[in-house]
Design a protein around this ligand. Sequence first.
Ligand code: IPD
Ligand code: CA
Ligand code: CA
Length: 256
Amino acid sequence: MEYAQVIDLVRQTKDIILNEEIDKAVRLKGKADFVTAIDVAVSNFLKEKLLRISPSIQFFSEEETGVLTDSCWILDPIDGTTNLVFGYRMSSVSLGLYQNGKILFGVVYNPYTDECFTAERGKGAFLGAKRLQVSKRRIEESLIEFGAGSTHKENTDYNFEIAKDIFRCCIDVRRICSSALDLCFVADGRIDGYFEKVLKPWDIAAGSLILEEAGGKITDYAGDPVQFAHATSVIVSNGVVHDFLRETIEKHSMKK
Ligand code: IPD
Ligand code: CA
Ligand code: CA
C-alpha cells in the first residue's frame, strides 16, 4: 500500500464536507454531542476505499461500532463536528494507521484551508512539502490551547481553573476545538502546548505521530505515554513548556 494513495483518499473527502447539498441537520448522540450526515458519509467513503486498498487492515472509526485491533485504521471522520455544525470552518479528517500499540502513519486534513498534515514513523512530519518542527518558546512567550470537552461539563471548573492559571503565565490561550488540529498546530509551531482531560483514540491517533515526528512531546496528565486502547487525558507540547503544564494540572488535580 502506498501512503500517497491514502493521503489522496483523505483529501477527496473535501467534496463531501464542503457539499452544501448534504443536510447538516444534527443528531444528538448525547448532550452537546453531535453527529451529522457528513460524519457518516466521510466514514463510509474512507471505509470502503481503505478496505479495497488494504483488505487485511481493520477499520476503527468513531462512527462505527468496532474495536481496536492489532492492525487497524483509526479514523475520526470529522474532528470538530460542533465547528462544522455552526459553520466555524475549523474541522479536520484524522486518520492513523495503528499497528501493535504504535501509530505508523498519520494524516490530518483541514478541508477549509486545504492543509494536509502527514507523518510516517521515523521519517518526519510534513505540511505538504514543508517539514514540521515544534517551537522553542518558553511559557511566558507561548500560546496555549485547551480542550474542555462539551460533553464533559462536570469538569468545567477544573478545566477553566487550570486554564486561568496558565493564561496568567503565557501570552494567551486558545480554543480551536478540533483536537487533531491542536496536535498539528503544536507540531507546526503555531501554538506551543495543548491539554485536554478526556480524549478518545481517534482524536489523537494521527496527530500524536505528526507531533512526535515534529519533535514534540505528548503524555497523559500523569506524565505517562498515552494509550490508544481507551480514553485518555493529554498534555501536548513543544517539550519546553511540558513540565509547566503538567505541574499546573497536577496542582489542580490534587484539589479535586
Ligand atoms: C471533539 C474535538 C474537540 C474536543 C472534544 C472532542 P468531535 O471531537 O476534538 O476539540 O474538545 O473532546 O470530542 O466530537 O468533534 O469529533
Ligand atoms: Ca474527535
Ligand atoms: Ca468526530
